[in-house]
Each structure stands twice: as structure tokens, then as C-alpha cells.
Design a protein around this ligand. Structure first.
Ligand SMILES: Cc1ncc(COP(=O)(O)O)c(C=O)c1O
Length: 347
């Protein structure tokens, strides 16, 4: 029920994914970005189509941290500014700027520390308004997960995302939607930020994008013009990664996986909410969290040892569910039955 940390989007070893990568391997695996690579354009077009944002440009890289690093850098290039708003309990990756925008001092090395990042409380409209009123003209970007993952499955309110959109418009800052964990169909829409009806300036993505093949990217609004050599990469957008990325989008379309994630997610949430022993069930689609009370503290461990079901966690007491978007109804029901049993059997 953890999907390899939300990476397994279409299911392990999906035959179409295996076929696409194998066929590509027989042709060519890599060539440098000094030439035009048609399969990158194919992926960009397909991504535009499936995400419903065909006008966005695509820059490809290899991981979520790298995607956010490039998103933040691009926002700074574009605005000529340095400051970034991020949020309490955020996680954006472990590279220099991404980790600086991550609210976990224990993984920020002294060389990464910067006072350019302003951390605001989660879902706090007043804090957002007053920060923009004081420093709006210095803010290059706001970076926000639509649903915080590592932070414990915290859903951004629609009104907060709408407020951020309007503040960014008013002050000329860019809105970066970190969709590395909550994106790629997991929430039942392509980007979880889509539930609020806004468009971000930049979407960062990785995890589910390759179903296990390392690939990341940023989608960039057409209002941000590209400049030669502004961003670059050696491995990003290699032929094999693009083949994996295309396979994922094709399967998502052919098997209607976004709709499926929405349906199975609703089933799981309804079932979980009916279990009185667990608290605060929240999330969207197949990104779900709930709090485990102290008296059930071994629940996660027992689910694994007795029922052979691996779940995610967030400190201190959250169980985090991030299964494949192809999770079947039977498997979802089996999980619920096992969870109920593990609660009854808990010493
Ligand atoms: C929201 C979010 N952003 C960025 C990252 C970093 O991604 P990666 O580990 O691929 O660098 C993660 C990883 O957990 C994440 O959850």
C-alpha cells in the first residue's frame, strides 16, 4: 500500500511499460541533448494532452529534487528575485535549494542554509497576505505541495491555493506546484492543485512519472520564455526515460487510471472513516493518511508481519497510503479487512 514511495503508478512490470522500454533499448538508449530528440517531443505532447495543459513547455531531469531545484532557479531567473515562500512541514528534496525550502533542519547542511526561504504556517491565509504585503516585491516564488506527503498527508485548502494564485499575480511572483508526490493522477486529477481550479506557473514532477524508471521534469507556463542554456542536463530526457514516461501516460489513458484512483480512493476513505479506532482520515484519491492513537502504536508493524501489507508512515503517528493507481477493488477491500483484523488483534 506504499507503491514504492508513490513511484509505482501503473503497477510493477506492466507489460506495456516493459515492451516500450525493451523496444527502445533495441534502438538507442541515450544520446546527448546537443541534438533534437524526437521521443522527448512525443513525451511533452502526450503529457500536455493527459494533464490538460498542452500549452506548457517541458524540461526533463532525473528526480524530484532536481525538478524543484530547476523550478526554483527558473523562478529566480525569470523574476530577478531571491526570496521564496515555502510552508511548515514541507518536503521538496535534498539538493541545495530544494532542501533549503524543506522544513526539516536536520537534513539541511550548513552550506545549504539560506535566509532566502520564508516558511509560513500551513493553510493560513492571514500569514500569506501579510507576508506578501511586507515583502511581495522581493518574492520570486511560492512553492507548495497540493497535498503534503512526507509532512503527513496535509491537503492544501482550495481557498489557500486560490489566494496564492492571486497574490503571485498581484506581486509578479511565480507559483510552483510541487507535484512530485501528489501529482501524476494520484489525487484523481492529474495535478492535485487542479482541484482548486487554479493553474500554477511551474509544475514539478517525478515519482510516478516513470513507474520506477528515474525521470523527473517541470512543466512551464508559456508566460515564462525559454532562453538558450538557462537550464541544462546531461541525462535528463534520455531515450529510455522518455520511453518509460510515455508508457506510463499511455497506460494511464488506456486504463482510465485517474478515474480509477478517484473511485478506489473514495472507497478506501469511506471504509477508513467508519473505523472508530483510527482518527482524522484525510487525503484525496490514492494519497491517504490517518492518525494512529498511542494504544495502537504497533499497527503498522503488525500489518506487515502478520498480514504482509507494507504501509507508509509520517512521524509521529500517521499511516500513509500511496498504492499504485491500478490498485484493484479486491486488494483495497483486502487491505481494509486486514486493517480491521490487525486492530482487533492488537495487544
Ligand atoms: C513532495 C516531494 N517533493 C520532492 C521530493 C524529492 O524527490 P526525489 O527523492 O526524487 O529527489 C519528494 C520525495 O519524497 C517529495 O515527496
Amino acid at each position: 500500500m506504499y507503491g514504492g514511495h508513490a513511484v509505482i503508478s501503473i503497477g510493477h512490470q506492466h507489460p506495456h511499460w516493459v515492451k516500450r522500454i525493451t523496444e527502445q533499448l533495441d534502438k538507442i538508449a541515450f544520446y546527448s541533448n546537443s541534438i533534437r530528440i524526437p521521443i522527448q517531443e512525443e513525451l511533452a505532447n502526450k503529457l500536455g494532452e493527459v494533464s490538460g495543459k498542452p500549452q506548457y513547455e517541458l524540461f526533463l531531469c532525473n528526480s524530484g529534487a532536481e525538478a524543484n531545484e530547476n523550478a526554483l532557479k527558473l523562478a529566480s531567473f525569470h523574476t530577478g528575485r531571491k526570496k521564496v515562500i515555502a510552508f511548515k512541514k514541507s518536503f521538496h528534496g535534498r539538493t541545495s535549494l530544494a532542501v533549503a525550502a524543506t522544513d526539516n533542519p536536520s537534513i539541511v547542511a550548513p552550506v545549504n542554509a539560506t535566509d532566502n526561504i520564508i516558511f509560513l504556517p500551513w493553510n493560513d491565509a492571514e500569514a500569506i497576505r501579510s507576508t506578501f504585503a511586507q515583502q511581495g516585491n522581493e518574492i520570486a516564488a511560492v512553492i507548495i505541495e497540493g497535498i503534503q506527503g512526507v509532512g503527513g498527508i496535509n491537503v492544501a485548502q482550495n481557498e489557500i491555493l486560490q489566494l496564492l494564485r492571486s497574490m503571485c499575480d498581484q506581486y509578479g511572483s511565480l507559483l510552483i506546484a510541487d507535484s512530485v508526490q501528489c501529482g501524476y493522477g494520484r489525487s484523481g486529477k492529474f495535478f492535485s492543485h487542479d482541484h482548486s481550479g487554479i493553474d500554477a506557473d511551474i509544475y514539478s514532477m517525478a515519482k510516478g512519472m516513470g513507474n520506477g524508471f528515474p525521470i523527473g521534469g517541470i512543466m512551464i507556463a508559456p508566460t515564462i520564455p525559454a532562453r538558450h542554456f538557462m537550464l541544462g542536463t546531461t541525462f535528463g530526457g534520455n531515450h529510455l526515460a522518455c520511453a518509460a514516461g510515455l508508457a506510463v501516460l499511455e497506460v494511464m489513458q488506456n486504463e482510465n487510471l485517474m478515474q480509477h484512483a478517484d473511485t478506489i480512493g473514495k472507497f478506501l476513505m469511506n471504509e477508513l472513516r467508519a473505523i472508530p479506532e483510527i482518527d482524522h482520515v484525510r487525503g484525496m484519491g490514492l494519497m491517504i493518511g490517518f492518525d494512529v492513537p498511542e494504544q495502537l502504536k504497533d499497527l503498522k508493524k503488525n500489518l506487515l508481519s502478520t498480514h504482509k501489507i507494507f504501509t507508509g508512515e509520517a512521524k509521529p503517528n500517521v499511516i500513509r497510503l500511496l498504492p499504485s493507481l491500478a490498485l484493484t477493488q479486491e486488494d483495497a477491500a483486502h487491505f481494509i479487512d486486514s486493517l480491521k483484523q490487525a486492530i482487533v488483534d492488537h495487544p
